[in-house]
Design a protein around this ligand. Structure first.
Ligand SMILES: [Zn+2]
Length: 760
């Protein structure tokens, strides 16, 4: 497909299955936030921009950056930071490295033994080098497999299998009459951020926690294992942080402030995010003898993994000895920051970043994303040399210390909190990359904008726009006819909210900077995540082997940055935002209703004797207890706020239509700068200085990682989590707080609409 038909498919997205062809009109349609004239110029620069990223360069950067292990504190981590800084400088960016000093534990002693209940067995805790995978043998530089920020401990206790180790698994255990108190639990990876598993285990009184990679999730059950295929072999281990990041990310010793040289630091014993019990990750090779030694009830069907054994829950007779001890050192981290100063609005910053540190060689995570960021920086450097000047300042960042706990981005966003609150327009993040569909998550004030960008990017496999491919993929995967209808008819594809798990967290959820997270995936399976086999050999055999999706990511990221940096009027939009708030409101009301219905029904069944009648005395289950039916919550403040938002969004839309008339001359008026200030402040307005109940670091009132999910977002968390946790008073209080925030947002949008109407 050539570019003209591509744009046609973009423009007619509203009636998006309409035949392509009227591209003349499409070409004349100005970009959102641009006058006809500035749009024309912008399109030409964007064309040049997107032609620059080269797969060969992406491949060469990856080969260099992933050549040796480069975790926090390693020599190659520092070398990579310096190398990236040298490239940024060579491309023409005004570049510096910002150092922070953070708590980073590394393993000193690790041990897992089966001491009773089966043949004595000591876990290997070692991923072997493979002859055909050249970097897998760099053992002297590799960080052993471990979970960072596990507390030190030496415990021996009977073992209990807890499935994924999330709260609902413990509810099931309770029904089975099994307690994990004074036991060691073994949980499998997936279905939550890994740090949730030891947190919930400790809340239930466990003494220790093992986390293993079951082949059902990313091993032989999914496909051939490495090196024959991309999946996890029996010795592969997922490293990773287990800090309690839903409380606060970043350096555990400096919550809320930058970990600069002289920062005031907590004592290690007072750091709330270190786990309460020792944790160690193991391979399925090491987990198999432990699981095989469990007896007790057979695990419920949904708990059974892919190993060739009958999964029992225990407790025991398997008894395990677990030992974890770390060096609790302070290590330097190096954030690389490159700048192109804006020619018109130097105090308005568009920020783009990806992390550069890895657990080991990290070709996929993070290098596949990092190399796209490098190519974007090079592309912008080239355009500057050929006469382009961004209106706004552009910052390119390579963060350090993301893997242990979003350290580099969090410390930077905490250190520069006031400046970012004043100047940041948006933050665009990526982390990994692969083949498949363009994934976009983020702030809903940028939903329309991100759709517009997706319409510009060509999918390398189908030659459809990434937007079109996503739409058709959405239709293929829709669960219900209404969903399919919406995907066909709504002018924009919905984007999911951000939870956590990458460097956008501090920008969005602490500083209140509108954020997007982007990356391609969906066609590459794999099981090398956070292992020594996530390396150049694996990536160039099993992922985006010709780096065409790396190029597409660089095109996506750079287009988004350029369009934000050059716009006359920033392309924030509030119709989709207000629509999203309505969907959240409906979800919350449905949730509250469902909790009432479920509890009422269960109470009735208890009374009818359903549980007694269906209990098998040989496999007894504890009957649930009668529970008080939840009270009705007062959603009226939120309903009024959602309506106010919808009204102000419509006002803004009308003002925008007016400003776009006559070629959008009004958009060039000096007074548009004031509208932009309000638009920049619009995401800030969604935060409160008090933050969320029980976790004040998280200030955003719409988006947060779930306290018990970790990666997955909880939207309107103060209300949703209170309902889920049956804290009805807190839920009603949360409704009032969020409603006030949304009323303030509606007022800001109305003011912006009035100022925009007055611009000429
Ligand atoms: Zn990563």
């Amino acid at each position: 497909m050539n570019r003209k038909t591509l744009i046609a498919s973009i423009f007619f997205a509203g009636a998006s299955l309409a035949p392509l062809g009227s591209h003349v009109v499409a070409d004349e349609q100005p970009l959102a936030g641009y006058s006809a004239e500035s749009s024309h110029a912008e399109r030409q620069w964007e064309e040049k921009l997107r032609a620059i990223p080269s797969p060969e360069k992406l491949r060469a950067y990856m080969e260099h950056l992933s050549a040796r292990p480069h975790h926090v504190g390693s020599p190659y981590d520092k070398e990579n930071a310096e190398w990236i800084a040298a490239r940024f400088k060579e491309f023409g960016l005004d570049t510096h490295i910002e150092q922070f000093d953070v708590l980073f534990p590394t393993p000193k002693e690790r041990g897992v033994e089966l001491v009773e209940g089966g043949p004595r067995f000591a876990a290997k805790l070692q991923e072997p080098a493979l002859p055909l995978d050249p970097t897998s043998g760099q053992q002297s530089e590799q960080l052993p497999s471990y979970n960072a920020y596990s507390i030190d401990g030496d415990v021996t206790a009977p073992l209990v299998y807890v499935n994924y180790g999330i709260p609902e698994d413990y509810e099931q255990l309770e029904r089975m009459g099994i307690s994990v108190k004074d036991k060691i639990v073994i949980a499998r990876y997936y279905h939550s951020w890994r740090g949730i598993k030891p947190k919930v285990a400790a809340e239930h009184g466990a003494l220790g926690c093992l986390i293993y990679s079951d082949p059902h999730e990313d091993g032989f059950y999914q496909g051939d294992v490495f090196p024959k295929g991309p999946y996890r072999s029996s010795d592969g281990v997922q490293r990773g942080s287990v800090a309690d990041m839903p409380v606060y990310p970043g350096d555990p010793l400096t919550p809320g402030v930058g970990a600069t040289k002289d920062a005031k630091r907590l004592d290690l014993k007072d750091a709330a995010t270190i786990t309460k019990i020792p944790v160690l990750p193991i391979s399925y090779g090491d987990a198999q003898p432990l699981l095989a030694a469990l007896t007790g009830p057979v695990a419920p069907e949904g708990w059974r993994g892919g190993l060739g054994l009958t999964y029992h829950v225990g407790p025991g007779p398997a008894k395990v000895h677990l030992k974890v001890k770390s060096n609790w050192d302070i290590k330097p981290i190096y954030d690389v920051i490159g700048k192109i100063t804006g020619a018109v609005y130097p105090d308005e910053w568009v920020i783009r970043g990806n992390h550069h540190d890895a657990w080991v060689n990290g070709a996929e995570d993070p290098t596949a994303g990092m190399v796209a960021v490098l190519e974007e920086a090079r592309a912008f450097g080239e355009l500057v040399k050929s006469g382009w000047k961004p209106k706004r300042t552009i910052l390119y960042a390579a963060w350090d210390g993301e893997e242990p706990g979003l350290l580099g981005s969090t410390e930077w966003a905490e250190t520069h909190y006031d400046e970012l609150r004043a100047h940041a327009v948006a933050y665009i993040n990526s982390d990994t990359n692969g083949r498949g569909y363009l994934g976009v998550e983020g702030s809903h004030t940028l939903e329309k904008f991100s759709n517009d960008v997706a319409r510009e990017i060509l999918d390398p496999e189908t030659m459809l726009s990434t937007w079109k491919r996503n739409q058709l993929h959405g239709i293929a995967n829709a669960k219900a006819p209404e969903q399919r209808q919406e995907i066909r008819q709504r002018s924009d594809l919905r984007i999911p909210a951000l939870g956590s798990g990458s460097d956008y967290t501090a920008f969005l959820q602490h500083d209140g900077v509108a954020s997007l997270n982007i990356g391609f995936d969906g066609e590459d399976g794999g099981g090398i995540y956070h292992s020594i086999y996530d390396d150049f050999y694996w990536f160039t055999h099993f992922s985006d082997t010709d780096f065409v999706y790396g190029r597409a990511l660089a095109q996506t990221g750079s287009t988004a940055v350029m369009r934000l940096a050059d716009a006359d009027l920033l392309p924030f939009e509030f119709g989709n935002f207000a629509d999203t708030i309505q969907t959240y409101l409906k979800e919350l009301k449905d949730l509250s209703q469902k909790m009432q219905d479920d509890i009422r029904e269960r109470n009735r069944e208890i009374e009818e004797g359903v549980f007694k009648a269906t209990n098998d005395p040989k496999r007894p289950l504890v009957p649930p207890a009668v529970e008080a039916v939840p009270p009705h919550l007062n959603f009226a403040p939120l309903e009024n706020a959602a309506d106010a938002l919808a009204r102000s969004a419509a006002e803004y839309h009308k003002a925008l239509d007016h400003a776009n008339a006559d070629g959008g001359a009004a958009l060039a008026a000096a007074s548009v700068a004031e509208v932009n200030h309000l638009l920049i402040a619009s995401e800030r307005r969604l935060t409160t200085s008090e933050g969320l109940p029980n976790r004040p670091w998280f200030k955003h009132q719409l988006y947060a990682p779930g306290y018990y999910t970790g990666y997955a977002a909880k939207t309107v968390p103060a209300v949703r989590e209170a309902i889920e946790q049956k804290q009805w008073k807190q839920a009603d209080e949360g409704i009032v707080v969020v409603a006030r925030v949304l009323q303030d947002e509606a007022a800001l949008i109305s003011t912006a609409a009035q100022k925009l109407s007055a611009a000429h």
